[in-house]
Write a protein that binds this ligand. Structure first.
Ligand code: PMV
Length: 346
């Protein structure tokens, strides 16, 4: 047993292909989702801890983001840790010094909750494994813990491709945690690129938390949840046999449906911007004219994720040269399917 040490993990973000949008209970998804785990867009979190064997102790936290104290993040983290301390009782005995940094600029319009909460979960369970002496992290448990912090983060603890949400079509699927899924996927998809075209660096006007909540009264929610179950079944079948056309068709339909749900919420809202539409148009025209499998998806924001297999990356560079001109400050974050969390040795 170790009662004082430092742990550090690098965890990637992920991009959903079938989207999780709508939740209930304690961060449980209204429908299943599937994602690519990314590589370059990641968070590195380092936690120095001290364990006190005192039943009256409460969690002490000192949090720094990119080298500086950050009260807003620190308060959120403290609330989160206090909300889970009865389920993860070792937390109550800890003094924690947490330092976190992202590989992408904070104000790049990229949500960091998936990578940061996955990194936090890996660090906390690493600490638990050290203080109990088990020296083994249960990844399913890490996925559960990450889910409690931020739903989509539960998919980031696995390499390449993960599925989250219970469906009778996928054995072992669960609402409580994601499962690894790359074994069922054609190698073509494991070389995929995801270049993130930054349309806006501003913080979004409506948070994902508020967006999920608006699904409760969205008149189309029932049909949407049914559609997501069907899309997951169709996309996993397509990805199994390397059917890229069906994959792309579903991915783009999912992206546009996500934003249609925002526009049909009450109050309705719009997160895409004029350049998002210009880019979508350019990508679809390029695909039709050049017959190259290049597709887009969107997160809950205006930025485009450009998806294509590695073997067409040379041809896609022409398209990217055009799209770069529509990006704010010419910013494109080049990413691709990655291998999941990595422990960083001290
Ligand atoms: O994990 P949250 O609560 O930030 O929600 C993420 C929702 C989407 O990114 C839009 C879709 C998804 O499945 O990741």
């Amino acid at each position: 047993m170790q009662n004082k040490s430092t742990v550090s993990w690098k965890c990637p973000s992920n991009i959903a292909l079938v989207k999780y949008w709508g939740k209930y209970g304690r961060q449980l998804p209204s429908n299943p989702s599937i994602s690519f785990t990314l590589n370059n867009a990641h968070t590195i979190t380092k936690i120095s801890y001290e364990y006190f064997d005192d039943p009256k102790k409460s969690i002490e936290l000192d949090f720094r983001f990119e080298g500086k104290p950050n009260k807003s993040f620190s308060d959120k983290l403290s609330n989160f840790l206090n909300s889970i301390k009865e389920d993860y009782s070792f937390l109550k005995h800890l003094d924690l010094q947490i330092e976190s940094e992202n590989s992408f600029p904070h104000s790049s319009g990229i949500a960091s909750s998936a990578s940061s909460m996955a990194a936090l979960a890996m660090c906390l369970l690493d600490i638990e494994s050290q203080i109990t002496g088990s020296n083994n992290i249960d990844i399913t448990k890490a996925s559960c813990l990450a889910r409690l912090a931020s739903g989509s983060a539960c998919r980031s603890v696995y390499p390449q491709i993960a599925v989250w949400g219970e469906t009778t079509d996928i054995e072992g699927s669960s609402n409580l945690h994601a499962i690894p899924f790359q074994k069922h996927i054609h190698p073509l998809f494991l070389s995929f690129h995801d270049d993130i075209l930054i349309v806006s660096k501003n913080e979004k006007s409506v948070s994902s938390r508020a967006g999920h909540a608006l699904m409760k009264n969205n008149p189309y929610s029932k049909a949407r949840f049914e559609q997501a179950f069907l899309h997951l079944k169709q996309i996993t079948a397509a990805m199994n046999i390397g059917d890229i056309d069906t994959f792309g068709h579903i991915v783009e339909k999912e992206a546009l449906t996500l934003h249609a749900l925002m526009m049909s919420s009450d109050p309705p809202y719009i997160l895409i911007e004029p350049n998002t539409l210009k880019m979508i148009n350019a990508i679809q025209c390029f695909r039709t004219e050049e017959k190259i499998p290049v597709y887009f998806t969107l997160d809950a924001g205006p930025n485009i994720h450009l998806l294509y297999p590695d073997d067409v990356s040379n041809q896609v560079s022409q398209l990217k040269d055009y799209l770069r001109g529509l990006c704010v400050d010419d910013t494109i974050i080049n990413d691709q399917v990655g291998q999941g969390p990595v422990k960083i040795s001290n």
